[in-house]
Design a protein around this ligand. Structure first.
Ligand code: PHE
Ligand code: ZN
Length: 881
């Protein structure tokens, strides 16, 4: 067991390792309950470390069998071993070979960290600190070694044996029923990138030739019988590889690249060198079982993990505080890839929606932390929206500030200078300041200061002087551990839209700090002056969401409606409608604060109608326009004493109103976008489906008989999962009378497919009615459900806690109690999944008093439990802190 209240790790305490590992030779003899690992480590003292120090290795639940140093067995007084560490007390201060034999039980590993079994397949997960569950090792990312791995298993049980790097040898173990394979990875890597897989798997393979003509064999391995569902992932992989060559000059560097899909996985996927391991949800797809969103996620995550080969693997992180160095940058890269493969504006809208719903919520609550935290108790809890999504926004701002070429020159230098190293955020930024000759010290605050900047803008047109002035004020609210903040530097993309709806030329006054149409904001208060502005413009601010800030542009209904119809920037055109809807929802939920009041939704209706009738617009974009801000976003706008029921009611009423008011247009759009030909997951076809389905949904929100009948027909006649599942959710949310029959029919049809059953579980968890909690409780006893599988837990309990605000935050507290109970039950089995689920309480302080008290009671109940995992202990302490 690990200490439940470990000392916090601090960035400022970083010291280089005392011992380095140059080579790792592993011999892993797989067995369901007694797997033997023999590790031969070629080590030497680090010239940068403390001379004369012992060799201290990390472990976690390990059992030591034997140990030799330079070939000689070590006596009991020469070392100290516990399940969580191994110390060689007085090693020679020279290169040594340490050989360690340990045993472990993969079948008993329910944490899914280290070596475990998923549906009988042996697989590993080592990030962040899982390698120490396989063998004793200096488990830190700045120890880079060359690995050779021999994997041995029963031939029947594990005919497929995969490792990092290139295959070098395979054969039978003579006189036994066992066989082996040897893999060698020539690229030095930290141990968190180690992986092996052994199992009975089906696979598909395809050749790829890199830009410089090197052949690579690509493989995707899945559970037997599912190989036909891996072809989209394979296609996405090939497109990712080509894109990285073209966009960043990054070429693949091994003879093989393998992906394995497993059913039990804590996260989305893992970028192990040459052997990515995936949650099968992000590999398997067929038109009958996967939605358009699933296809888009598969494409993005395949790309993400592949892109890590350079940003993460060839250049890794010095320590875990630098996590955003690989994650923020790689998310930025996968976003760019998807933007190039699909519609850039629609991708941007989706990314910003995700940022607001997850990251802004995190930044506004007790779990707020900087993109690069300065202290942690449990690193697993820092794989967050802040590190990933806000981290990507920071890289995006860097690109906006430096321009395409300036950004690329910095990236080129980064790849060149730090290849083979474990780097820091400072190393990264230095590359950009050098190639662009700029000082990025103020910009670097984005990595250090937590919280979402609030940006207040007001515009003043001077008719006589024919000038326009923008006054900008930025504030950064206090966050845990950071009461006072400094002003940030950020790019604010701007347009001044004239009365004809066209952008006016921008003539910044001398001394106004702009780069083209981008304002460089760096002071707490700053004004920008523009000359030759003959008419009153409407300002379009933060175009493309150029900075991840909470903007208040002080625009009235008329100006917002105007932007919603005319803004040449698609993001801000979308955003103007969202702001209209948000203001309306805040006042309609009866919780309006001063200044914001749009009681009458007519302007919103008209703006939506205009978009629906504008044939020049991309259907996928119009579908986004039709979808009003989430309950969570409305709650954050209200800020304090939030009543989820009032917000839900306001949102429901608004959607009903929209459905009625837009009826003729929606009915026409629904018919116009009927499917033509067979299903294809491409962005254009998906966009047509999304608009048609958004129309179906708004119409059904009215509860009209014909509208429900339309949804039922849509459900029954669908030839793909996108349409079938969308219609099912429309029915589940709007048609209590047909709901049960439709859910039963769906389950009957797909009951043998766990990933589809997850959709069925998730949907039921989201029904915003008082019966939802009983239904979810009942479903935890359904044979398809298991507390041992993270996907099942997230589908049912996770969705209840994060996507059903009224029922999770029930006034009687039963929703909170249920989720807290689930966290406690899960904690002994899988702490990472438990801790993530507990994160659903993160906005508890903004609730009205009764719900706030119930959340607090339940958090305290969790905190009081004995023997909490470090993961849950950390989240609960920070949540209450
Ligand atoms: N590094 C993985 C990714 O972002 C995420 C991950 C973290 C997976 C920890 C497993 C464990 O792609
Ligand atoms: Zn990643």
């Amino acid at each position: 067991m690990r200490d439940a209240d470990p000392k916090p790790v601090r960035l400022t305490d970083y010291r280089p390792p005392d011992w380095l590992v140059d080579t790792v030779d592993l011999d892993v003899r797989l067995h369901p309950s007694v797997t033997t690992v023999i590790a031969r480590l070629g080590m030497r003292p680090n010239p940068l470390g403390r001379h004369g120090s012992p060799i201290v290795l990390d472990g976690d639940e390990l059992e030591l069998k034997s140990i030799t140093l330079n070939g000689t067995p070590l006596g009991g007084s020469a070392y100290a071993a516990t399940p969580s560490s191994l110390t060689i007390l007085a090693p020679p201060q020279a290169a040594v070979t340490l050989q360690i034999e340990t045993v472990l039980d993969p079948s008993a590993n329910t944490k899914l960290m280290g070596l475990y079994r998923s549906s009988g397949t042996y697989c590993t997960q080592c990030e962040a600190e899982g390698f120490r569950r396989i063998t004793y090792f200096p488990d830190r990312p700045d120890v880079l070694a060359v690995y050779t791995t021999r994997i041995e298993a029963e031939r029947d049980e594990a005919p497929v044996l995969l490792g990092n790097g290139n295959p070098v040898e395979r054969g039978d173990v003579e006189g036994t029923t066992r066989h082996y394979a040897v893999w060698h990875d020539p690229w030095p890597k930290p141990c968190y990138l180690f992986a092996l897989v052994g199992g009975r798997l089906d696979g598909i393979s395809e050749p790829f030739v890199t830009a410089t003509g090197k052949p690579v064999e690509l493989g995707i391995y899945v559970e037997p019988g599912k190989a036909d569902r891996a072809s989209y992932a394979m296609d996405a992989l090939k497109r990712s590889m080509r894109w990285d060559e073209e966009a960043f000059g990054c070429e693949y560097d091994l003879d093989v690249f393998n992906i394995v899909a497993v059913a039990d996985f804590n996260m989305g996927a893992m970028e192990n060198k040459g052997l990515n391991v995936f949650n099968d949800k992000y590999v398997l797809a067929s038109p009958e079982t996967a939605t358009d969103t699933d296809y888009a996620n598969i494409e993005a995550i395949i790309a993400h993990e592949y892109f890590h080969n350079w940003t993460g693997n060839r250049i890794t992180c010095r320590d875990w505080f630098q996590l955003c160095l690989k994650e923020g940058l790689t998310v930025f890269r996968d976003q760019e890839f998807s933007s190039d493969q699909r519609s850039r504006p629609v991708k941007r809208i989706g990314d910003v929606r995700l940022l607001k719903s997850h990251q802004f919520a995190e930044d506004a609550g007790p779990l707020a932390h900087p993109v690069r935290p300065s202290t942690y108790r449990e690193i697993n809890n820092f794989y967050t929206a802040t590190v990933y999504e806000k981290g990507a926004e920071v890289v995006r701002m860097l690109k906006t500030l430096l321009g395409e070429e300036g950004f690329r020159s910095g990236m080129d230098l980064y790849f060149d200078r730090h290849d083979g190293q474990a780097a820091t955020v400072e190393d990264f930024l230095t590359c950009f300041s050098e190639t662009n000759s700029v000082d990025l010290s103020q910009f670097a605050l984005w990595y250090a200061q937590s919280g979402t900047p609030q940006v207040e803008v007001s515009g003043h047109w001077d008719a006589d002087a024919r000038s326009y002035r923008l006054d900008i004020r930025q504030t950064l609210p206090p966050t845990p551990g950071q009461p006072d903040k400094h002003a940030m530097l950020f790019p604010l993309a701007l347009g001044l839209v004239g009365p004809d709806g066209k952008d006016m030329p921008l003539n910044p006054d001398d001394g106004t700090n702009t780069a083209g149409t981008v304002l460089l904001v760096s002071k707490p208060e700053q004004s920008f002056l523009f000359r030759d502005v003959p008419e009153r413009p409407v300002p379009s601010i933060n175009r493309g969401f150029s900075a991840p800030v909470k903007l208040n542009a002080n625009l009235g209904t008329e100006d917002l409606t105007f932007l919603a119809r005319h803004d040449s920037d698609p993001f801000n055109r979308f955003e103007a409608g969202q702001t209209l809807a948000l203001h309306h929802l805040v006042s309609a939920s009866g919780q309006s604060r001063e200044g914001i009041r749009i009681d009458d939704p007519t302007a919103l209706v008209e703006a939506m109608d205009a978009s629906l009738n504008d044939a020049s617009l991309d259907p996928a974009f119009v579908a986004q326009v039709l979808s009003v801000p989430s309950e969570g976003e409305v709650g954050r706008e209200i800020g304090t004493d939030v009543d989820p029921d009032a917000i839900h009611a306001a949102r429901r009423t608004l959607r009903h109103t929209l459905g009625e008011a837009l009826r003729p247009t929606l009915e026409r759009v629904y018919v116009q976008h009927a499917p033509t030909g067979t299903y294809s997951p491409d962005a254009i076809s998906a966009g047509r489906r999304s608009l048609r389905n958004a129309s179906l949904d708004l119409l059904a929100c009215t509860g009209g008989e014909a509208d429900i009948a339309r949804a039922l027909t849509h459900f029954e006649t669908a030839d793909n999962m996108t349409d079938r599942f969308f219609a099912l959710s429309v029915l589940a949310h709007n048609a209590p009378d047909v709901r049960e029959a439709a859910l039963t029919a769906f389950h009957e049809r797909f009951k043998d497919d766990p990933l589809v059953v997850d959709k069925w579980l998730a949907l039921q968890a989201q029904i915003a009615e008082p019966g939802a909690l009983d239904r979810v409780r009942e479903l935890t006893r359904h044979p398809a459900f298991s507390m041992g599988n993270p996907n099942r837990v997230r589908a049912l309990i996770g969705n209840f806690a994060t996507a059903n605000q009224t029922q999770f935050h029930r006034l009687d507290g039963a929703g909170h109690t249920f989720v807290a109970d689930a966290v406690l039950e899960l904690d002994s089995r899988n702490p990472q999944v438990a801790a993530r689920l507990l994160g659903a309480f993160k906005s508890w302080r903004s609730l009205e008093p009764v719900r706030r008290a119930s959340a607090e009671r339940n958090l305290k109940r969790v905190a009081d439990k004995r023997d909490l995992s470090p993961d849950v202990a950390d989240i609960v302490a920070r949540s209450l802190g």
